[in-house]
Design a protein around this ligand. Structure first.
Ligand SMILES: [Ca+2]
Ligand SMILES: [Ca+2]
Ligand SMILES: [Ca+2]
Length: 188
């Protein structure tokens, strides 16, 4: 029985992987057109720009991403692989701003492979807003996050603060696991 309790604890404490990126350490804090040097992302099918605080009057965001780069072909950003656990509620969240330069509304497709497929429309001069969706994986394994701006006028919606986390947070789950183990011990 004691062995079983330990196994339960280990499983619950195993939901420790989470993803967060605010882009603030990219490229030494310097803007870059058609940037591909991301720590956690690859860019395909076009380009994106890395933008710094002060870009088009935006402040307080550190670095962020213009989802339509400077090659007249908006790129697709795909994250590194992220481990998700079967049956555990996860929250996928990101901040998106209008392009702050004009033109038509931008349409952004945001995905977590296999689980989330969101389309967000951003008016050019709309400010930062948070978007999120929860999902429960049907199997334990790796997923990727992706963002793709429609069009190719070099004026893309702006992206920051991307996260994917289990709910509740890993620390809470570990405590829960310990509590469960204690309950089982008391029962024997
Ligand atoms: Ca940032
Ligand atoms: Ca651009
Ligand atoms: Ca655009």
């Amino acid at each position: 029985m004691k062995l079983l309790a330990c196994a339960a604890t280990a499983t619950l404490a195993g939901f420790s992987f989470s993803f967060f990126d605010n882009f603030d350490t990219e490229n030494g804090g310097v803007s870059a057109l058609n940037y591909t040097g991301f720590a956690n992302w690859t860019v395909s099918d076009g380009s994106v720009d890395l933008a710094a605080n002060g870009f088009s009057g935006l402040s307080g965001s550190g670095m962020f991403v213009d989802l339509d780069g400077s090659t007249s072909n908006a790129g697709k950003m795909t994250s590194i692989s992220i481990l998700v656990t079967e049956g555990v509620l996860h929250t996928f969240s990101f901040d998106l701003s209008g392009n702050q330069r004009g033109g038509t509304d931008d349409m952004v497709n945001a995905r977590v492979s296999g689980y989330v497929d969101m389309n967000v429309q951003k008016a050019p001069f709309s400010g930062w807003t948070n978007h999120f969706q929860t999902f429960t994986p049907t199997s334990t394994g790796f997923v990727t996050i992706s963002f793709e701006n429609g069009g190719g006028d070099n004026l893309g919606a702006l992206l920051d603060n991307v996260s994917l986390n289990p709910v509740p947070e890993p620390a809470t789950l570990a405590v829960l696991g310990l509590g469960l183990a204690a309950m089982r011990r008391r029962r024997t």
